[in-house]
Ligand binder design. Structure first.
Ligand code: NA7
Length: 529
């Protein structure tokens, strides 16, 4: 059996930086990656129009000044192929590939208390031993394919946005159905519509989408940021979501502002484009009445774009603005003005069945040459729980999490010594710029391992009481907001049968401070032996 200090599961942005960091500490590491290349979610999500919703000057590693100075982004929001190219560049630049086993999925990780080591198994028959196991499995990696009746009977082409083929898919002249209206659908629909002869979109819940206003990256802006990149990064780390310092939240409540103020601020942010729209007022996520003002503004914008009032009405979201991550788009709403594009409301009966030739929904039958499932992910816990993880006394993680994920700091689970989760549930993760959250976690885990070595400790694990308090804290913070009011994937509500728990923690800066304090206090809330 091969012995390593660290086994890392996944070679996305988390796994790659973790490998780089462990190497720099002189530790031996092996990474297992299911795909045949690096990039994680950006490796799998190759659907047309796939693009990051965080600006490219921010959605990139900050740990290497040379890297951030030398890499050139071409657009304000980077498209998937460019992000994948960047991931490959990082893998080459830091010579990461030699420690990564591609096309290999970790199937099990079992802890043995007597040796204080993990035994890790893969679907290719590898059996290795490691002191630490680090789950760098990503938050949006495990696709959600609903068990639609008749799914297997469908005879046409079929795609999931999260597992898109590597070759370009040509929809020219085809009748295409898209199920779902989340971010992946909203990005791909305008492009599919340009090719398809007929496009039918099945909408269960109308989503908020703000224009991206994507454009070639302004060279002057790029030069300005690069002239002070470390300061720019530091300012972003002070933002709630660890991004967007150039367009911060307007620290004024909507409730005490005038209708003119509302229009001016929302107009400004609609014109600027991107996720900053949600920062128009500081009470949008904590007060329903304030949020209603934002919701009505977006509905009125949709009515201004979509010509058929009945379609505009269907596209106007009813849920809290920002309750599900808002989408950013290029021409999404305008696409529904095209005569060959139809929106079908399935909010009442859902998809009744998939048939050999298409879909039955809303009491009608539809025939398609191709069906696109844009039905999202088993977010945050899906990929972790696909691995048979067993901690002390054979305790299975899926049992420890049967009532929803429980962690301390989103980094470790009581009863699972030396197992770390990068951007795990209970940490800010998906509510932030993921790469910055990943770096913060990797740095913290590395610091923890260094401390253990210095102190001569073999194991570290969260105490049950620290974990209980942390879970209460995450829930209490979410409970002060409007986030728990809709069926979002933050709550696991998109996956039938998944326990409804708000998984990410709001607020990056106080979280990062807590992590620092925990470390400074000798890893408070952890037991090390
Ligand atoms: P999302 O945002 O989870 O969207 C999935 C969509 O699929 C959403 O509109 C769902 O409707 C719909 N859906 C899911 N299950 C069904 C069933 N059973 N029937 C009909 N429709 C269904 O995933 P994305 O891939 O678009 O985006 C994920 C994140 O990636 C996004 O937030 C960005 O951060 C990047 P629902 O809203 O649940 O009614």
């Amino acid at each position: 059996m091969n012995d390593f200090d660290v086994v890392i599961v996944g070679a996305g942005f988390a796994g790659m930086y973790m490998l780089h960091k462990t190497r720099s500490m002189g530790l031996s590491a092996r990474v297992f990656e299911a795909g045949d290349g690096v990039g994680g979610t950006w490796y799998w999500n190759r659907y047309p129009g796939a693009r990051c919703d965080i600006e490219s000057m921010e959605y990139s590693y900050s740990f290497s000044e040379e890297l951030q100075q030398s890499w050139k982004w071409t657009e304000r929001f980077a498209p998937q192929p460019e992000i994948l190219k960047y991931a490959n560049h990082v893998a080459d630049r830091f010579d990461l590939r030699r420690d990564i086993r591609f096309s290999t999925r970790v199937s099990a990780a079992h802890f043995d208390a007597s040796s204080a080591r993990w035994t890790v198994r893969t679907d290719r028959g590898d059996v290795v031993s490691a002191q630490f196991v680090i789950m760098a499995t990503g938050c949006l990696s495990s696709t959600n394919m609903p068990a639609f009746p008749g799914l297997d009977s469908y005879r046409g082409e079929r795609y999931h946005t999260g597992e898109w083929p590597h070759e370009p898919v040509d929809f020219a002249g085809k009748r295409v159905g898209v199920i779902g209206t989340g971010s992946s659908a909203i990005q791909s629909i305008p492009i599919i519509a340009r090719q398809a002869s007929q496009l039918v979109v099945f909408q269960r819940t109308a989503n908020y989408s703000i224009p991206a206003r994507n454009a070639p990256l302004d060279p002057q802006y790029e030069a300005r940021i690069k002239a002070e990149y470390p300061d720019f990064r530091a300012r972003n780390r002070q933002m709630q979501g660890a991004f967007g310092s150039a367009n911060p939240r307007n620290e004024v409540p909507a409730l005490t502002s005038t209708p003119e103020d509302h229009r001016r601020e929302f107009d400004k942010r609609w014109e600027r484009g991107g996720l900053g729209f949600n920062g128009a007022f500081n009470d949008l996520m904590i007060n329903q009445q304030a949020n209603d003002i934002g919701r009505d503004y977006v509905a009125q914008k949709i009515r201004g774009i979509v010509k058929d009032p009945a379609v505009a009405d269907l596209l106007a979201p009813r849920q809290v603005l920002g309750c599900k991550r808002i989408c950013v788009d290029t021409d999404y709403y305008a696409t529904f003005n095209a005569p060959h594009v139809e929106l079908v409301d399935i909010s009442q009966g859902g998809i009744e069945a998939i048939t050999p030739t298409g879909v039955r929904a809303a009491g009608r039958t539809f025939d398609f040459d191709a069906l696109v499932f844009a039905t999202g992910f088993d977010a945050m816990t899906g990929s972790i729980l696909k691995v048979d993880i067993r901690g002390r006394d054979g305790l299975a993680l899926k049992d420890a999490w049967s009532a929803g994920p429980r962690t301390y700091l989103g980094l470790n689970v009581a009863g699972f010594p030396n197992l770390f989760t990068i951007s795990g549930p209970g940490s800010p993760s998906v509510l932030t710029n993921m790469i910055i959250s990943i770096e913060q976690h990797v740095d913290w885990i590395s610091g923890c391992i260094r401390w253990m070595r210095e102190q001569g400790k073999r194991t570290i694990e969260a105490t049950v009481s620290a974990q209980d308090q942390w879970v209460d804290h995450v829930n209490a913070v979410a409970g002060m907001t409007l986030y728990p009011t809709c069926n979002s994937w933050y709550l696991g509500a998109n996956v039938p049968g998944k326990t409804r728990v708000f998984m990410p923690l709001l607020g990056f800066p106080p979280y990062a401070q807590t992590c620092e304090r925990v470390a400074a206090n000798g890893y408070e809330g952890f037991a090390a032996a």
